[in-house]
Design a protein around this ligand. Sequence first.
Ligand code: SER
Length: 325
Amino acid sequence: MANTSDTVLVIGACGQLGSELTLELRNLYGGSNVVAADISAPKQADLRDSGPFEKVDVLDTKVLADLAAKYKFKQIYHLAAVLSATGEKNPKFAWKLNMDGLFNVLDLALEQKVEKVYWPSSIAVFGPSTPRQNTPQHTIMDPNTVYGISKQAGERWCEYYFQKYGLDVRSLRYPGLIGYKALPGGGTTDYAVDIYHKALEGETFECFLSGNTYLPMMYMPDAIKATLDLMHAPAEQVKVRDSYNLSAMSFSPEEITASIQKHLPDFKITYKPDSRQQIADSWPQSIDDSAAQQDWGWKPAYDLDAMTADMLLNLKKMKEEQTLA
Ligand code: SER
């Protein structure tokens, strides 16, 4: 259950996940109780106008401590990270931001007696030797991107802080996330967002993955629901303390194209795989999330066609509003 008087900090609030999660948290906890923090100010009006914003670099421990002293947070959602494709361009920086950022938040939570911390992990924790179909919760993990290595190490540290210090850290291994409100930045699954934008603009989409590359994916409303369900579950139901496998759907570029063509029959795709193909080929194609189902009742609502219908409807609405504005 949500304690609706909690003050909540969302770090990375202007990102693809943060911009939607922050709004939902504000609906639940009240606008002024949920502080949106990011390295740069929000562009989205609804995010900007619905509650406080603080400029925060998660590598700056002084700014974090001042912020915590000011607001006395009960919960922190730490979403800021360098994703898989961008991470490969500057591996040392990705490692620094992803790991030091996590340590700063975990230590802050201990010092300031924050009650609950949320930190996202990813399917990127898996690697080429991991079973690719129905990937189990516990299995071989040999990630070969800096992003994946940082997420796997981060999972171990989250469990460590829980076991050794009793910090209530909770985490999900997200599949590729797809939403219409904000664009993702620098991931391997980003094509599945971009493709809807191109389809509506009447353009041919050039895909950086081959047509039969299957990856686990999830529509944003499901990701938000999973995150809040996990965070609001009684602590004793949260039995996995590194990070939960989480699943909704798996599809290939060919299949998402066919789904879009049911609405826009003239839409066309071409394929030009780049370095992201290798990353995709090292990740699972489908995920076994039975632990999340059993422990806190996880169940997704959207499949590929339901997501496509909703994405196209809402993107179209947004584009029409932008033209009118
Ligand atoms: N969506 C992420 C990426 O592609 C995976 O967690 O990097």
